[in-house]
Write a protein that binds this ligand. Structure first.
Ligand code: BGC
Length: 394
């Protein structure tokens, strides 16, 4: 048993209240975004009663809304449940994140919730955590190459990739929104992007997407004119928008410009990359809406700028992963450990971190198209109608 302390059952009731409170909170709640963005570090002193002890929460970056929303939701929920929270963002800098986790351990954290920048870079911190009996919950991204990861909360990442590819096929008109083939056989010119190679999720997204696209590539319905079909060629280090824009520009210059070929669609695994790709396409003369022939670009995270682009029919789709549900799951797991029990897993086979299969709790995601923005994102309180209209989080 790793938990060092046992806590009152009242924490469970407090948690229920906190989750209800969290669920009304939008993804763009940016309380932290202005305070920590410039330094990349942020300590959060809790005013809530801290009889539950200190929990360290390490998030990768504030450059993407989702991680701000994740951090906010985890912090709020834990504080409601009576814990003190040390929330840190690391500006996507690996040494910074290592130092932050070291500091949490030094400060006496009773549990750690970590969304790693580089899934392989935290081994020494995890050894120290294990030595101190601190349970470690890997948040959204699997921490690799360490025995000392106790639990993993995430979405079904392979399925996210399937959904990304499905949305691309819908955008091209090969599938309808129910997933049925329309009989459309193209051929369509597509280019493929993958996420950061040091993020374990990137391979899951890619595998789900490629398994879905492969029959259409084999049949010639889809063609990749650049020939860049390997993960290594498609990967974008640290999920950087500018890198994706540059790669798309290079693909256009190297393969399309000066020919009569045009791009029909792009597999993109994250909204930030999607916006870089869209900018590159627009800079190269592609214009208008998807309905008018602008290439169909997929995405992930339902970032507000992309949701507006989808509403405007410029980006075709994104994948909605409700960070409030993920935060709630992380809190449930943390409480289980700190109450001396094991959290409930719903997957004990798929997430091998190189040393062991980490018991996992997987959540489901949804494809967002223009016509279900309201039902998925607005009605659930994730974004307001005003935010969708402006493309800016309030
Ligand atoms: C997350 C995605 C996110 C990406 C870039 C991945 O690990 O699962 O939701 O788009 O990182 O931040």
């Amino acid at each position: 048993m790793k938990a060092k302390k046992y806590f009152a059952a009242a924490a469970g009731a407090a948690l229920a209240i906190s989750l209800a409170a969290c669920s009304g909170e939008g993804a763009g709640s940016e309380e932290e975004s202005t305070t920590g963005a410039t330094t990349g570090t942020e300590s959060t002193e809790s005013s809530a009663p801290s009889e539950g002890g200190l929990v360290g929460v390490a998030m990768p970056t504030q450059t993407s809304e989702r991680w701000i929303a994740d951090g906010d939701a985890v912090k709020a929920g834990l504080e409601e449940a009576g814990y003190e929270v040390d929330l840190q963002f690391a500006n996507d800098d690996i040494p910074t994140q290592g130092q932050q986790v070291d500091q949490m351990i030094t400060n006496g954290a009773e549990a750690l919730i970590i969304a790693a920048i580089d899934g392989t870079a935290l081994a020494s911190q995890l050894d120290a955590a294990a030595a101190a009996g601190i349970p470690v919950i890997s948040y959204d991204r699997l921490i690799r190459d360490s025995e000392n990861v106790d639990f993993y909360v995430t979405f079904d990442n392979y399925q996210v990739g399937v959904q990304q590819a499905t949305s691309l096929l819908v955008g091209l008109g090969v599938l309808d929104k129910d997933g049925n083939e329309t009989g459309e056989t193209g051929p369509f010119n597509v280019e493929l992007f993958a996420g950061s190679p040091d993020d374990n999720n990137a391979t899951f997204f890619w595998n789900g997407a490629i398994d879905t696209l492969q029959p259409y590539l084999d049949a010639g319905t889809l063609v990749v004119p650049s020939g860049q079909t390997d993960f290594e060629q498609a990967a974008i280090l640290r999920w950087q928008q500018e890198t994706a824009q540059k790669r798309m520009e290079d693909l256009l210059t190297g393969t399309y410009v000066g020919t009569d070929m045009t791009v029909d669609g792009v597999l993109s695994p994250y909204d930030g990359l999607s916006r870089g790709i869209i900018t590159a396409l627009q800079n190269n003369g592609y214009e208008g809406t998807v309905t008018d022939g602008f290439p169909a670009v997929s995405g992930q995270d339902a970032e507000i700028a992309s949701v507006k682009l989808i509403a405007d029919d410029v980006q075709f789709a994104t994948i909605f992963k409700d960070t409030r549900k993920l935060a709630a799951q992380a809190i449930t797991a943390t409480e289980a450990y700190l109450e001396g029990t094991e959290p409930e897993a719903n997957n004990t086979t798929d997430y091998d971190n190189g040393v062991k299969v980490v018991p996992s709790f997987l959540l489901e995601s949804d494809i967002v198209y223009a016509d279900n923005i309201e039902s998925l994102l607005v009605d659930s309180g994730y974004w307001t109608a005003e935010e969708v209209a402006s493309g800016v989080a309030e």
